[in-house]
Design a protein around this ligand. Structure first.
Ligand SMILES: *Cc1c(COP(=O)(O)O)cnc(C)c1O
Length: 361
């Protein structure tokens, strides 16, 4: 029985899919969770109570509001979205990346991004059967503009994704380099601003200046990772095409009602992200002072660092044994040799991390 299924699977499932690995999420049971760029803070009790009351009134027998209009209005209240630009919502920004890829996918078309970067650009390109062109960053994770422009001319990618700031390096590429890429790209350039809450840099206000510019954002990193809500902002002419591929009701009612609710209390998230920004700068200082560590400046809610004297994988395991979960990036790209990534936690969590790291070195 199982042998005949195996044979059928080999015949029916695309070879590229069989060669893929499912996205692996490490178990964080009982650990201080500093691996996934989550906001460590929850909401005050009275706010949770009013939220629960909103949820109680939901009629789950009904489909969600298909257009999710109030969520879009709420987003315009908490993000500086130009009035003349449209919004398309996704079940996380990952879904929006997938819809863009599905819309541009054709024979011989590719998606391009500097690497190392957010892995989903490549995963999604491969998922839809496109080729992915990853252009290595410099050793300090900057764009090599001449090479980048050269490759754009050769490859003519249908879409370029720029994580701004970049995950996992935490830095912002130069704005003038990005402008040059926008001007010289025959296809779309999607600026992924997943970490916009932790930097003042943004291309949002420049939408409309370049025909091929789209801005991608998410509420995941500002404290709402559990909602699965991302947004693509840009001219209607582009968004109406992607919207044809969006499955109906992709934003569920619990997400919509919760988003509407918390956007009316946006000051809570604002205070939390401000605190995280301050703590990031403190943590960077402490890591910089530590012998055996090279840490890179960050415009995000995480810090990338290299363990110079000891293999990162060993340090990673020791930290885990001390109860602190980071992301081990060693082995994912040559530029990330012996690199670990720590998400900014609460003050207490950051202190626990620092002392565990000190001991591990
Ligand atoms: C975390 C992250 C995302 C994913 O966001 P979701 O909305 O949670 O799917 C997108 N882009 C970058 C660069 C990220 O780091």
């Amino acid at each position: 029985m199982s042998q005949s299924i195996d044979r059928m699977v080999r015949q029916i499932i695309r070879p590229e899919v069989r060669a893929m690995q499912a996205y692996d999420v490490a178990s964080a049971d009982g650990l201080i969770k500093l691996d996934a760029m989550e906001n460590p803070y929850t909401w005050p009790d009275d706010i949770r109570q009013s939220w629960a009351e909103k949820l109680r009134d939901i009629d789950l027998n009904r489909y969600p509001d298909a257009a999710a209009e109030t969520v879009k209005q709420g987003l315009r209240g908490v993000m500086p979205i130009p009035q003349d630009m449209d919004i398309m919502l996704g079940n996380g920004s990952d879904e929006l990346i997938l819809l863009i890829a599905l819309a541009v996918n054709q024979r011989d078309r590719s998606i391009m991004a500097p690497v190392p970067t957010f892995v989903m650009y490549e995963v999604i390109a491969r998922t839809v059967g496109m080729s992915f062109v990853g252009l290595p960053l410099s050793k300090d994770f900057d764009l090599d503009l001449p090479i980048f422009l050269d490759r754009i001319q050769q490859v003519k990618p249908a879409a370029i994704f720029l994580s701004y700031p970049n995950n996992p390096s935490g830095n912002l590429f130069s704005a003038s380099d990005i402008e040059a890429i926008l001007k010289n790209s025959p296809g779309l350039v999607i600026i992924d601003e997943a970490y916009s809450a932790f930097t003042d840099a943004s291309f949002m206000s420049r939408l409309g200046e370049f025909d091929n510019l789209l801005v991608l954002r998410t509420v995941s990193k500002i404290g709402l990772a559990g909602l699965r809500l991302g947004l693509l902002v840009g001219p209607e002419a582009w968004l109406q095409e992607f919207n044809k591929l969006r499955l109906p009701y992709n934003i569920n009612t619990l997400t919509q009602v919760s988003a509407d609710f918390i956007f009316q209390h946006a000051d809570i998230l604002q205070q939390q992200t401000t605190r995280i920004r301050q703590d990031r700068d403190g943590l960077l200082q402490s890591l910089g002072d530590m012998a055996g560590i090279t840490a890179w400046p960050s415009a995000t809610n995480f810090i990338l660092f290299r363990t110079e004297g000891k293999p990162a994988s060993v340090v990673f395991k020791q930290l885990k044994a001390s109860g602190v979960l980071l992301k081990n990036l060693h082995g994912s790209h040559p530029l990330l040799q012996d690199c670990l990534r720590v998400t900014i936690g609460t003050g207490e969590e950051n202190a626990a991390f620092l002392s565990a790291l000190q001991q591990a070195l």
